[in-house]
Design a protein around this ligand. Structure first.
Ligand SMILES: [Zn+2]
Length: 339
């Protein structure tokens, strides 16, 4: 079958691969129809994704069709369209036993830690499939990036009383905005990139839009929230300085959620942390329940993702076109591979 392999940083190649088609009782054989490209794929291509080994078949944002099922599979049937929850756990470590499948000790992310979906067919345990009769393959491929924002908003326990500042207007920040708005919270976005802010200004009905480069950022934030500071600050940049600034931005008694991450130590000024009695949360991956929640919201038309898809690429053309997706001048928000 046609496969695209990342042989080493910068080298994406088309290749024929074989897969033994025998299914275990709990597995499904799937035809891949759509693949979303995300920051993780970009980092792997550039060679700066930590704990990443090569060669690797990328692809973890997938819209797939069920071709065949093992004899114990109950949750999907042949012909179903599905999204893939790529956070695999094959043990019963403590987190998994407690239902935290997003951060199992031995988690293996399909398309990151193990070979993923940049190929015509894949097979995997059917419990990682989330089916919808109504959504398109493209919508199904977008559920994984949406789930990161959904999970972060669920972690924060947002309510309509919250004033939320979301830092970073890339795909994860945009996903987070969607779910914060569904909670009817007041939502403002901050970024350093004026084009991304303009995108938010034009397309999203937000309480405020703030340029992080402003020399009076705290005043700008207070202006947006009628004099108050945000009760929840969510960082989707993974930039250490941005993450550090959240301690200044958050209200007394407020929460900070780190969605983005970086490789290094993070320090903060403890007296400020205590004086404000800040709650600091990490958010990692997402849960199966997040996937289900998103499918329902998308089916009800409450999440619109058409705006985000700035680029569509044919599977065959991806190796030649991948580098162009990395160029800032091409203004990629989300690229979808079609096959
Ligand atoms: Zn992703």
């Amino acid at each position: 079958m046609n496969t695209i392999i990342l042989k080493k940083p910068g080298q994406l190649e088309k290749k024929e691969t074989e897969m033994d088609q025998d299914l275990k009782p709990d597995e499904a054989l799937l035809k891949v129809h759509r693949i979303g490209i995300c920051g993780t794929d970009m980092h792997a291509f550039r060679g700066n994704q930590p704990f990443f080994s090569y060669p690797r078949i990328l692809g973890h944002e997938l819209g797939v069709e069920v071709i065949e099922i093992g004899n114990q599979v109950k949750n999907v049937k042949v012909g179903d369209r599905c999204s893939v929850e790529p956070y695999f756990n094959f043990g019963t470590d403590q987190a998994v036993r407690r239902g935290k499948t997003n951060c199992g000790e031995n988690i293996s992310v399909f398309g990151v830690h193990e070979d993923g979906g940049m190929r015509e067919f894949i097979k995997l345990p059917s419990r990682y499939l989330h089916q919808s009769d109504k959504l398109t393959y493209e919508q199904l491929a977008l559920i994984e990036p949406l789930s990161i924002g959904c999970h972060a908003v669920n972690r924060a326990g947002l309510t309509k009383e919250d004033k939320v500042l979301i830092i970073g207007a890339g795909p994860i920040g945009l996903a987070t905005i969607q779910f914060a708005k569904i909670k009817n919270a007041k939502v403002a976005v901050m970024d350093v990139n004026e084009e991304r802010l303009e995108f938010c200004r034009t397309n999203l009905d937000l309480t405020g839009i703030i340029n992080a480069k402003s020399n009076k950022v705290i005043d700008d934030i207070r202006n947006v929230f009628a004099g108050d500071l945000p009760t929840v600050v969510m960082d989707a940049t993974g930039n250490p300085q941005s993450m550090k600034n959240t301690f200044d931005y958050v209200a007394f008694g407020g929460k900070i959620v780190f969605i983005g991450l970086f490789q290094g130590d993070f320090t903060f000024f403890d007296p400020l942390f205590h004086r404000k009695e800040i709650t600091l949360l990490a958010s990692r991956n997402a849960l199966g329940t997040d996937f289900q929640q998103i499918i329902t919201l998308m089916e009800e038309g409450k999440i619109d993702t058409d705006l985000w898809i700035t680029h569509r690429v044919a599977f065959q053309d991806l190796p030649e076109k991948f580098e162009s997706l990395l160029l800032p001048e091409n203004k990629v928000i989300k690229a979808i591979v079609e096959l």
